[in-house]
Write a protein that binds this ligand. Structure first.
Ligand SMILES: Cc1cc2nc3c(=O)[nH]c(=O)nc-3n(C[C@H](O)[C@H](O)[C@H](O)COP(=O)(O)OP(=O)(O)OC[C@H]3O[C@@H](n4cnc5c(N)ncnc54)[C@H](O)[C@@H]3O)c2cc1C
Length: 813
C-alpha cells in the first residue's frame, strides 16, 4: 500500500535544502499534516554538490538578517536533530584588486556594521596572518568577517529533514508530483507518481514549489510564473595538500574566484563573466554532474595559481560542473504566487541556496502562518517578476549574465547588458532619436538620461559622479527653472470598475476615496500592521471607475494584493498599463507650454492641483493629471498609446519656445529626493508604519474601516518609535546611494534607505529612519548627524520637512 497520505495541510515539492527548510520551519510553527515529496532522493538535485560557503552579508538589511538566521541555525541544528551540519565559523576574507572594488567593499563593510554584522578592514599583513598562502600583490583593500562560515550542504538539508520528521512531517522520497488540481482559482490537490509507476492524489489547499531548477517548468503546470534558468557552475578540488590547516573562506571577486579549505584539500570555485545556460534537464537526473569544460574554467584557474601558488603544485582531484538555477535579477523567489491561491514558492537560489535556505524557509513559514512576512522581503518577493520573464530565450540570455554579476562590481545604477528591449514605450524611438540612454526595470526600457550632442551614449560606472552626472544636473536645472519632459509610460496602471469600486477602495486605501469625479488621491494600501503595501495615486474617472497609478515594478504585487483582499465587492480589477503612455511635463514653464498646445484654461483656478481633466493637445486627446513627483508645477499626461507619438511631437516642438529639455529618470530621482518624496521599496515597505514614514497626512481621519486602521489608531495613541529624516551631506563631493550608516551623536543608529545627488540643494541627499521613541521633533533634530560613506564619517544636516520647497508652493503655483 502507498505510504503517501491522501490528505495534507501542505505539500512541499522538492527535497533539496529549500524544501527541507520549509518543512522544518512549518513544523516548528506547529503545523501538522506537513508532507514533503521528493521525486528521487533528498538533496539529489543541486544541494548535494554545493561548495558550502555560508556568508552573512547581503546587499540589504533584511536579506542579511535572513542569511544570519541561516548561519545561526546551522550552528545549532546538530544539537537538536543529532545530524551534523559540518558547520564551522572559519571566517572569510574578501580581497579587492582595484580602487573601485576597494570602494565597494569599504561601503559594504560600512553597511554591514549598520546591520550588526561583525566586519573589519584589514591590511595585507593581517590578510597574511589569516591566510599565509595567498599572494597579496595588487591588493587595494580587504575585509575580514570573523563569523562567516562553511558547512556540509547535504547534511544541512538532511538535518532539517530530520528535524521536520521529528516535528511530525512526512518526508517521502521517490514520489514525483505530476499535476496540480484547482477549482475556482484555488488549489485543491496534487497528483503524484511513485517510482513503481503507481499514481495517486493528495487533497490539499497549499503547495510550496521548492523544485530548484525544475521550479519554472513545475510552476507552468499550474500556470504559475517562476522565472529561472539552470546554468553550469564550476569548481575544482585539489588532491590533499600536505600541512594544510583550517583556513578562512577567501573571495577574490576581481578574479571571479573563491577558495575554501576542506579537509586538507583546496576548493576553487568560479563566477565567470559569461556563464553557460544548461538544459533541458533529463528526466532521470539524480546526483548527476555535467561534463567538464576545462577551456571555460582555465582563465580562472590560471589567475588562481598566481593568487594561491600552492594550487600550481597540487594535483586536481575533482573537476566539478553542476547545474544551479539563476533568476533574471540574481535574487531568489519567495512568497505566494499571484496566479493561484494556495500556491507558494521558495526557489531560484543563484548559487547561495545553502546560506539562504534557513532564513528563506523561516520567513516563508512565518508568512504562511501569519499571512504577512516577518519583515519586508521585497527583494525576493516572487510578485516582483513579470509575466514575460518566463520566456525561455529571455531566461537563457539573462542567466548567462547574472551568474557572473555576483562577483562583478556592484556599481550604483548598473544596468544589465543582456536580454534587453522586451518592453518599450510608444515613445521609445522618439527618445532614442533625441539621445536617450536607457536603463531597464521590469523589462521596460526607460530613458535614464539624455546624452548631449557628440557624447558617448553609454554608462561609465564609478562610485563617484558617473559620466551622466552633468547631464542629470542640466536636466534637473530645466525642471527647476524652465520645463522638463520625461516619459513615465512604464507606470503600472490598474483600473477598478464596478458598482462597489468606491467601497472597495475605501477599504483598501488609507485615503478617502469618496471624492468627486476627477479628483486624484495620493494614498497607500496598508497591511494589518499599517505597513505600506503600495504607494499609489488613485484618480476617480467616473462614479463607478477608478484609476490606480503605481511603480512599474510593483504592478503584479499590487494587482495580487487587491485581488487577495477583495471580499464580496462587485468590481473588475484590470491591468491598463499598456493602453496609455504617460508624458510628464514639469517645471515653472509647464503651464505656458501646455497653454500653447491646448485650447483649455490651464490656470490654477481652472485646473487646480490634485485634479485630472480630459484635454485636447495638438490634434489628440489626453487625460492630464495635475500631480508631481519632482516638486514642481506640472502635469502627467495619460495619452492613449496610439496618440502618444503625436502628443510628444507637439509638445517637443512647442517646447523650444519655453526652454524645454528632455529628461530621464535619474533627474526624476534627484528632484524627488530633494523634496523628500518617499520611494516605495526603499524608503517605504510593508514593514514601515505609515505614520513613522511621515505619511500620516495621506491617511484619512474620517474613516476607520480600512485595512490597517487599527494599527494607525494604536500608533497615534502610543507615539512614534522612529521618524523618517532627510539628510544633506555637507561635503558636496561625497555620494549617497543606499544603506550608508546614519550616525547620531557618534553612534550608528540606522541607515540610509535611498540616496541621490540634490543638484539644487548642492549635495548628496539621503532619507532614513532615525529611532526616537518618545522624542519630540526638536529633540530629534537637536542631535549631530553624520553619514558613514565607505568608512569615512561625513557631517550631515538633518530635516523632518523637505529641504526643498517645504510648503510645496511651487507645485501649487
Ligand atoms: C557548483 C555549485 C556550488 C555551490 N556553492 C554554494 C555555496 O557555497 N553556498 C551556497 O549557499 N550555495 C551554493 N550553491 C547553490 C546551492 O547548491 C543551491 O542554491 C541549493 O542547493 C538549491 O537548493 P534547492 O532546494 O532550491 O534545489 P535542489 O537541491 O535542486 O532541490 C530541488 C529538488 O526538487 C526535486 N523535484 C523537482 N521536481 C519535482 C517534482 N515534480 N516532484 C518532486 N520533487 C521534485 C528535485 O529532485 C530536487 O531534489 C552551489 C551550487 C553549485 C552548482
Amino acid at each position: 500500500m502507498s505510504k503517501v497520505p491522501s490528505h495534507a495541510r501542505v505539500v512541499i515539492v522538492g527535497g533539496g535544502v529549500a524544501g527541507c527548510s520549509v518543512a522544518y520551519h512549518l513544523t516548528k510553527m506547529g503545523w501538522t499534516d506537513v508532507v514533503l515529496l521528493e521525486r528521487k532522493r533528498l538533496t539529489s538535485g543541486t544541494t548535494w554538490h554545493a561548495a558550502g560557503l555560508i556568508a552573512q552579508l547581503r546587499a540589504t538589511k533584511n536579506m542579511t538578517r535572513l542569511s544570519k538566521y541561516s548561519q545561526e541555525l546551522y550552528g545549532t541544528l546538530e544539537a537538536e536533530t543529532g545530524v551534523s551540519t559540518g558547520f564551522r565559523r572559519c571566517g572569510s576574507i574578501t580581497m579587492a584588486l582595484t580602487e573601485h572594488r576597494a570602494e565597494e567593499i569599504r561601503r559594504q563593510a560600512s553597511m554591514a556594521r549598520s546591520f550588526g554584522v561583525d566586519v573589519e578592514e584589514i591590511d595585507a599583513a593581517e590578510v597574511l596572518r589569516h591566510y599565509p598562502h595567498v599572494n597579496t600583490d595588487g591588493m587595494t583593500a580587504a575585509v575580514w568577517l570573523p563569523l562567516d562560515g562553511q558547512g556540509d550542504p547535504a547534511n544541512i538539508a538532511l538535518s532539517m529533514a530530520k528535524g521536520a520528521r521529528m516535528g511530525g512531517a512526512t518526508v517521502l522520497e521517490g514520489v514525483k508530483v505530476t499535476g496540480i488540481e484547482q477549482a475556482d482559482g484555488k488549489l485543491t490537490a496534487v497528483n503524484f507518481q511513485e517510482e513503481d509507476g503507481s499514481e495517486g492524489r493528495i487533497a490539499t489547499d497549499i503547495v510550496v514549489n521548492c523544485a530548484g531548477m525544475w521550479a519554472r517548468d513545475f510552476g507552468q503546470m499550474a500556470g504559475v510564473n517562476v522565472p529561472l534558468q539552470a546554468c553550469e557552475h564550476f569548481y575544482i578540488v585539489t588532491e590533499n595538500i600536505d600541512g594544510l590547516k583550517q583556513l578562512p573562506v577567501l573571495r577574490v571577486p576581481d578574479e571571479c574566484a573563491y577558495y575554501k579549505e576542506d579537509a586538507g584539500k583546496m576548493l576553487l570555485g568560479a563566477f565567470e563573466p559569461k556563464a553557460k545556460p544548461w538544459g533541458p534537464i533529463p528526466e532521470d537526473f539524480e546526483f548527476d554532474q555535467l561534463p567538464e569544460d576545462f577551456d571555460h574554467f582555465e582563465p580562472i584557474l590560471e589567475a588562481a595559481c598566481e593568487r594561491l601558488p600552492m594550487l600550481a603544485e597540487a594535483g586536481i582531484h575533482t573537476f566539478f560542473n553542476g547545474p544551479e538555477s539563476f533568476t533574471p535579477d540574481d535574487a531568489y523567489h519567495l512568497g505566494p504566487a499571484p496566479e493561484l491561491e494556495g500556491y507558494w514558492v521558495c526557489a531560484g537560489f543563484n548559487s547561495i541556496g545553502i546560506q539562504s535556505a534557513g532564513g528563506a524557509g523561516w520567513a516563508l513559514a512565518e508568512w504562511m502562518e501569519n499571512g504577512i512576512p516577518p519583515f519586508d522581503i521585497g527583494d525576493v518577493d516572487i510578485r516582483r517578476m513579470q509575466p514575460f520573464q518566463k520566456n525561455r530565450r529571455y531566461l537563457k540570455e539573462r542567466a548567462s549574465e547574472t551568474l557572473g554579476l555576483l562577483y562583478a562590481d556592484h556599481y550604483p545604477n548598473r544596468q544589465k547588458a543582456t536580454a534587453r528591449g522586451v518592453r518599450r514605450s510608444p515613445l521609445h524611438e522618439h527618445l532614442k532619436a533625441n539621445g536617450a540612454v536607457f536603463g531597464e526595470l521590469a523589462g521596460w526600457e526607460r530613458a535614464n538620461w539624455f546624452a548631449n550632442e557628440g557624447q558617448e551614449r553609454e554608462y561609465k560606472y564609478d562610485w563617484k559622479g558617473q559620466n551622466w552626472f552633468a547631464n542629470q544636473a542640466q536636466e534637473h536645472d530645466a525642471v527647476r527653472n524652465a520645463v522638463g519632459m520625461y516619459d513615465m509610460s512604464s507606470f503600472g496602471k490598474i483600473r477598478i470598475d464596478g458598482p462597489d469600486a468606491e467601497a472597495f477602495l475605501n477599504r483598501m486605501a488609507g485615503g478617502n476615496m469618496s471624492v468627486p469625479v476627477g479628483k486624484i488621491v495620493y494614498t497607500q494600501f496598508l497591511n494589518a500592521r499599517a505597513g505600506i503595501e503600495a504607494d499609489v495615486t488613485i484618480t476617480r474617472l467616473a462614479q463607478d471607475s477608478y484609476f490606480i497609478v503605481t511603480p512599474a515594478a510593483t504592478l503584479i504585487r499590487d494587482m495580487a494584493w487587491l485581488k487577495m483582499n477583495r471580499r464580496d465587492e462587485v468590481v473588475v480589477i484590470s491591468d491598463a498599463t499598456a493602453s496609455e503612455a504617460v508624458i510628464c511635463v514639469m517645471g515653472p514653464n509647464s503651464r505656458a507650454l501646455m497653454q500653447s498646445v491646448s485650447p483649455h484654461d490651464w490656470s490654477n483656478e481652472a485646473f487646480p492641483f490634485g485634479v485630472a481633466q480630459i484635454v485636447e493637445i495638438g490634434l489628440g486627446i489626453a487625460r492630464a493629471h495635475r500631480v508631481t513627483y519632482v516638486g514642481e508645477l506640472g502635469w502627467e499626461l495619460y495619452v492613449s498609446a496610439d496618440q502618444a507619438a503625436h502628443v510628444f511631437e507637439t509638445l517637443h516642438e512647442a517646447g523650444a519656445d519655453h526652454g524645454l529639455r528632455l529628461c530621464g529618470l535619474h533627474m526624476m530621482d534627484s528632484a524627488r529626493i530633494e523634496k523628500a518624496f518617499r520611494h516605495f521599496g526603499h524608503d517605504i515597505t510593508g514593514e514601515d508604519h505609515v505614520l513613522e514614514a511621515g505619511l500620516g497626512f495621506a491617511v484619512s481621519k474620517q474613516k476607520n474601516d480600512f485595512i490597517g486602521a487599527d494599527a494607525v489608531a494604536r500608533k497615534r495613541d502610543e507615539g512614534l518609535q522612529m521618524r523618517m529624516v532627510q539628510f544633506k551631506l555637507t561635503d558636496p563631493e561625497a555620494m549617497l546611494f543606499h544603506a550608508e550608516p546614519i550616525v547620531r551623536n557618534g553612534e550608528v543608529v540606522s541607515y540610509i534607505t535611498s540616496g541621490n545627488y540634490g543638484h539644487t540643494l548642492g549635495g548628496a541627499i539621503g532619507l532614513g529612519y532615525v529611532p526616537c521613541p518618545g522624542e519630540k521633533p526638536d529633540e530629534v533634530l537637536a542631535s549631530s548627524y553624520e553619514i558613514e560613506v565607505a568608512g569615512t564619517r561625513v557631517a550631515a544636516e538633518a530635516s523632518l520637512r523637505p529641504m526643498y520647497d517645504p510648503k510645496s508652493e511651487r507645485a501649487r503655483a
